[in-house]
Ligand binder design. Structure first.
Ligand SMILES: [Zn+2]
Length: 82
């Protein structure tokens, strides 16, 4: 599973590649897809997807990752509040 922000605020507060040796991690780049992608190889870390965003919740994802993200939780809450 990858990191799935549904709002721009969530995406901005997330830090990629955060670990003991890099506690502040890497900030979200607003021009890129918000999904985190495994570094691969022996690394257990993941980095921000380098594709352009514009798809999925709040337009935060690239075409590929938009298909993997669940629908926004807010949509459900609106129905339940009635
Ligand atoms: Zn992506």
């Amino acid at each position: 599973m990858f990191h799935e922000p549904h709002t721009i605020e969530e995406a901005r507060s997330f830090r990629y590649r955060k670990w003991a040796g890099s506690p502040s991690g890497t900030a979200y780049n607003e021009r890129h897809c918000a999904a985190s992608v495994a570094d691969g190889g022996r690394s257990v870390l993941s980095h921000q997807c380098s594709n352009r965003n514009g798809y999925g919740p709040a337009g935060l994802y690239c075409k590929t990752h938009a298909k993997m993200v669940k629908p926004t939780p807010e949509a459900k809450e609106e129905k339940c509040s009635d």
